[in-house]
Design a protein around this ligand. Structure first.
Ligand code: G4P
Length: 527
């Protein structure tokens, strides 16, 4: 197969959702279709249940699972599909954000009873920022759900994206009859005895006016469906792939993941419309996947589970060309040539050493502590991929050394954990103290636990009251200097030495934005 053909058949995406909406269940059903797993239950949910926050064994166990299921690759109908897993617990949202930098599209799962939830909103912001194409799957139709039109409106309003239903449910809960596939003009009937395994029975309905429809779902539901579909065709423009690819339009499917209902329709439509690997921006130019020379970037680093071996796995997303085992590549940040004798690919449950990988694929590289998130590999060109930002943390604590004899271990541990992207480090301009910023509170416990177990260091946390950290810059040097002088007690630098303003309250931040018009406040590290 040519490079071009290998690229065209690849689909690299993530399933994202608010916890409990059904991400794990849907992922598992997709894998079952692909034959990548054979029994339900093979994909362990990697969510850390609320209340388990001080159960470190649980955290370790979850880390183990999340390495194993980080990337699930499989073949389906000639396509090579790579599903990138994202952590279930919202305290690990930043991990999810970064994974989103390595996908070409996403499927968002929404619980039909709950509608759009907080985490869905945040994740969608990241997708919007990157113009990632999204497909929405509204799940749990076997339970009483909100009205489908209300759900469509909610998705449109709350996620700020135009929607276009490609399937439509007939009732929900106890009276759930099935889903009409607007795209294929057929009806999937829901019979509750098919729970969990079988494929839905599908009947072709070429003409909705046909009395056949009444026979299948009863007159009342048939009449309602005819009205609903007429309304949809009147209100929504016909589905157009271009705005979907540009991230402006989300096709919507309805179903029930646990019952394997509506999943095949979703997968088949996904394969048809979802993009193959897209060009990737760098600081200097756009890299096209079909370029002959290999390029790629590290979007995730995972520490070894075994504290005696401080090896880590760096996840490299191939952006162009063909990656080869034992070939020298330039690690752009250090300027060193490196080759990898045992790069791994992830196929569902197992990891295996591979000889080649293509754009869209994720390769696991052994790392002894030299790589950072965002690192670029090339065949010599000094490129730096962009679009792998850090996000403004929302929880802060001072970190102090609790064991004076282990100062070095602590410094090294903090440094490496920050490279892995576990949290962000800021140094206060006021007193030089180190501040750790995270997206979720659980991270502090993870850091403390890992510093002790992997680095033999002890830390202590002290409270600090900060609402948000944002990166600041300005072309108006005088105003910037004035701001930094006045806000001296709230200024810090990140680990690259860039100015960060630590706002005490949302009010203080709003006031600062109002009073210092020439200063740009950024909520991601890349601007
Ligand atoms: P997540 O990864 O998004 O957090 O969600 P997950 O798939 O773990 O699903 C959360 C719960 O919702 C699970 O139940 C799962 O069985 C259930 N679920 C998923 N899809 C459907 C659906 O279509 N209909 C219904 N009724 N339920 C669904 P649980 O009780 O938390 O776990 P389990 O013991 O059933 O595994």
């Amino acid at each position: 197969m040519t490079l071009q053909e290998e690229i065209a058949r690849r689909r690299t995406f993530a399933v994202i959702a608010h916890p409990d909406a059904g991400k794990t269940t849907l992922t598992e059903k997709l894998l079952l279709f692909g034959g990548a797993i054979h029994v339900a239950g093979a994909v362990k949910s990697n969510k850390i249940k609320k209340g388990a926050t001080s159960d470190f064994m649980e955290i370790e166990r979850q880390r183990g699972i999340s390495v194993a299921t980080s990337v699930m690759g499989f073949e389906y109908e000639g396509c090579k599909i790579n599903i990138l897993d994202t952590p279930g617990h919202e305290d690990f949202a930043e991990d999810t954000y970064r994974t989103l930098t390595a996908v070409d599209s996403v499927i968002i799962v929404i619980d039909g009873a709950k509608g759009v939830e907080s985490q869905t909103r945040k994740l969608m912001e990241v997708c919007r920022m990157r113009k990632t194409p999204v497909i929405v799957f509204i799940n749990k139709l076997d339970r009483p759900c909100k009205d489908p039109f209300d759900l469509l409106d909610e998705v449109e309003k709350e996620l700020h994206i135009r929607v276009r239903p490609l399937s439509f449910p007939i009732s929900s809960g106890d009276t759930f009859k099935g889903v009409y596939n607007i795209y294929e003009h057929n009806l999937s009937l829901f019979t509750s005895d098919e729970r969990q395994t079988a494929d839905a029975s599908t009947v072709e309905i070429s003409d909705l006016a046909s009395p056949e429809l009444d026979r299948y779902i009863g007159e009342r539901y048939a009449t309602r469906l005819r009205e609903d579909i007429e309304l949809i065709e009147g209100v929504y423009d016909p589905f157009d792939r271009q705005p979907y690819l540009e991230g402006d339009l989300a096709p919507v499917f309805f179903g029930s993941a646990v019952n394997n209902f509506g999943v095949r329709e979703l997968l088949e439509c996904f394969l048809r419309i979802a993009p193959s690997p897209r060009p990737a921006p760098t600081e200097t130019r756009l890299v096209e996947p079909q370029e002959e020379k290999m390029t790629g970037f590290v979007f995730k680093i995972h520490a070894n589970m075994d504290p005696n071996h401080r090896n880590r796995i760096a996840f490299l997303k191939i952006c162009s060309g063909m990656f080869e085992r034992n070939k020298n590549y330039l690690h752009v940040r250090s300027g060193k040539q490196l080759k990898f004798s045992s790069p791994t690919a992830f196929m569902a449950e197992k990891k295996s050493v591979i000889d080649f990988a293509y754009p869209g694929d994720i390769v696991g590289l052994h790392d002894t502590g030299n790589f950072k998130i965002g690192d670029t590999f090339t065949e010599g060109e000094k490129l730096k991929f962009t679009g792998i930002p850090s996000f403004a943390p929302e929880q802060f604590r001072y970190i102090e050394n609790a064991d004076p004899l282990k100062f070095k271990q602590l410094a090294k541990g903090i440094d490496q954990l920050m490279d892995e992207g576990v949290a962000q480090l800021f140094t206060s301009s006021l007193n030089g103290r180190k501040i750790i910023g995270t997206v979720g509170a659980l991270q502090f416990e993870v850091i403390e636990y890992r510093l002790a177990h992997e680095y033999g260091a002890a830390c202590r946390w002290e409270p600090i009251s900060i609402y948000k950290a944002c990166w600041i810059e300005s072309d108006n040097a005088a105003q910037l200097a004035d701001f930094k002088r006045r806000k001296h007690t709230n200024m810090a630098v990140d680990k690259h030495g860039r100015d960060v303003y630590l706002a005490d309250t949302s009010y203080a931040l709003a006031l600062a934005q109002e009073n210092f018009k020439d200063i740009r406040f950024h909520f991601t590290s890349e601007f």
